[in-house]
Design a protein around this ligand. Structure first.
Ligand SMILES: Nc1ncnc2c1ncn2[C@@H]1O[C@H](COP(=O)(O)OP(=O)(O)OP(=O)(O)O)[C@@H](O)[C@H]1O
Ligand SMILES: [Mg+2]
Length: 211
């Protein structure tokens, strides 16, 4: 299976082995992407952020400087967040209010002076960075678990520092340094909801897919 990256800024073939594999029994899917620049990693984040509606758990792993924060910055943009996202290294958690706009057409008879109503609503983004976590139990002590099962969207950098705590259903993204500007992103979805999310992400990211 080959896939073409659909992006106004980058139309050439940018991924190798961009394959969604599915295991019905375990409901897992994987997608392998290569990013050639930080701008491209941000755009990938944006495409995912655009699909998030709240309640998702996205776990990011990879060595220092592989692009976890860069990806999260794009993801926040995709969620309509205008604030600048930076790594919460010292605080472990930063919170951003989502801002996706929805426009509802109003009944002309009931609201003759107003054609539509725009509501600014969107899930909160909880951005964790567990780099400085010494003991996974700290996550529990700090009450972070409530967030992982809440209505906001959680993105966790250095998620492997607390690997035993994560619920089974999740989207895991492993970033790998391939060269100064090249990064490998391996996305693994577990659970039906995340498999569907990953499939939609793949559809939106790649224009054409041929065998
Ligand atoms: N293809 C790429 N994708 C993402 N970042 C890239 C890429 N190429 C170069 N970079 C650079 O790599 C750096 C990634 O930094 P970033 O803070 O996002 O990494 P991180 O994984 O969050 O690191 P940390 O573990 O320290 O939190 C940035 O300086 C970015 O410009
Ligand atoms: Mg970071």
């Amino acid at each position: 299976m080959r896939a073409q990256f659909s992006d106004n800024h980058a139309t050439k073939n940018l991924c190798e082995g961009a394959i969604v594999t599915r295991s019905q029994k375990e409901a897992t899917s994987t997608l392998d992407i290569i990013s050639h620049s930080s701008a491209q990693t941000q755009r990938l984040g944006m495409r995912l952020g655009d699909l998030l509606r709240g309640g998702e758990l996205i776990l990011l792993d990879g060595q220092l400087g592989t692009g976890k924060t860069t990806f999260t910055q794009g993801l926040a943009k995709g969620m309509g967040i205008t604030e600048i996202v930076s790594s919460p290294t010292f605080t472990l958690l930063k919170e951003y209010q989502g801002q996706s706009a929805t426009t509802t057409r109003l009944d002309h008879d009931k609201f003759p002076d107003q054609a539509s109503l725009t509501q600014r609503v969107g899930p909160i983004l909880y951005h964790f960075d567990l780099y400085r976590l010494e003991d996974p139990e700290e996550v529990v002590d700090l009450g972070f678990e409530d967030y992982f099962f809440g209505s906001g969207t959680c993105v966790v950098e250095w998620a492997d520092k607390a690997d035993l705590l994560w619920p089974n259903e999740q989207l895991r993204i492993r970033l790998k340094m391939m060269s100064e500007t090249k990064r490998g992103l391996l996305l693994t979805a577990t659970g039906l909801r995340y498999c569907e999310l990953l499939q939609q992400f793949q559809k939106n990211t790649y224009a054409t897919t041929s065998s």
